[in-house]
Design a protein around this ligand. Structure first.
Ligand code: MN
Length: 266
């Protein structure tokens, strides 16, 4: 049995350049190590490295020879079972959530993977509450162009409810993580932030999944972001306003709703 260990390693110095993360990853991969490297907001590099004890020790010994590295500190953590050595904190592509009124009302959550938008129809929409599991049906891939679609259509319509970039997370490289039915990712949207997981619960022609907020600083127990932030990030209109054909911006409606008495008394 190999002697497996895992370390969290902090690296200071002039390490913000992406080339340093590339160098760290090359050394780690050459040593057969798994885990990730990420640039923290404070300008330090943080690494998770796991594998054979000798290889982790060799990584720690090699890091100071990488250009820009000043000091290296290490603490033991538990082995997490990574299957890749990833560079974290870099965008993997765009995501969009489109609220869609068709025969049924739902939210389409789409993630850019290999040039297409992988898509899930989520009847109740995403939640920032990590105790809430939202049912999601995988639907056909969409084009990136469709991310910009917002319009009334037939008796229904589509608004762009949220959008931004995302990072791939988890222990398994993408798109394999999706194929295996457990994908972790970090959203940087206008409404949705932080880690989420998609967990497949059944296969078949229309695979079923659960969309779950991960516990992190952005998680908000008891919140209902779909109700709190119903407006389009593109136009500011709610889906009902878009379908209703209102051409007034939301602000003019807000003024109209001011009670008459207060206005005449001014
Ligand atoms: Mn749809």
């Amino acid at each position: 049995m190999p002697d497996l260990t895992a370390s969290r390693i902090s690296v200071t110095g002039l390490v913000s350049d992406v080339s340093v993360r590339d160098d760290v990853r090359s050394v780690a991969m050459r040593l057969g190590l798994l885990g990730w490297v990420r640039l923290e907001a404070d300008g330090m590099l943080c690494l998770h490295a796991e594998g054979e004890r000798d290889a982790v020790a060799q990584l720690v010994a090699t890091l100071p020879s990488i250009g820009g590295v000043d000091s290296v500190s290490e603490r033991q953590v538990r082995v997490e079972g990574h299957e890749q050595f990833a560079i974290r904190g870099v965008p993997a592509g765009v995501f969009v959530v489109q609220e869609h009124q068709a025969t049924a009302h739902h939210f389409d959550v789409r993630l850019e993977v290999d040039g297409v938008m992988r898509s899930w129809a989520v009847p109740k929409g995403p939640s920032m509450d990590p105790t809430v599991k939202r049912f999601a049906v995988q639907v056909e891939d969409h084009t990136l162009e469709h991310n910009h679609f917002e319009a009334a259509a037939g008796k229904g319509g589509v608004i762009i409810w949220d959008r931004g970039q995302y990072e791939q997370g988890g222990r398994v490289p993408w798109p394999e993580a999706l194929e295996r039915g457990h994908a972790v990712f970090v959203l940087h949207g206008e409404k949705l932030h932080g880690g989420f997981a998609l967990q497949r619960t059944s296969d078949g022609e229309k695979p079923q999944w659960l969309l779950i907020k991960r516990k992190d600083d952005y998680a908000a127990r008891g919140s209902d972001i779909v109700a709190e932030r119903p407006e389009s990030v593109h136009s500011g209109l709610t889906l009902a306003e878009l379908i209703g054909g209102s051409s007034r911006p939301p602000s003019s409606r807000a003024r109209r709703s001011v009670p008459r008495r207060r206005r005449s008394g001014a």
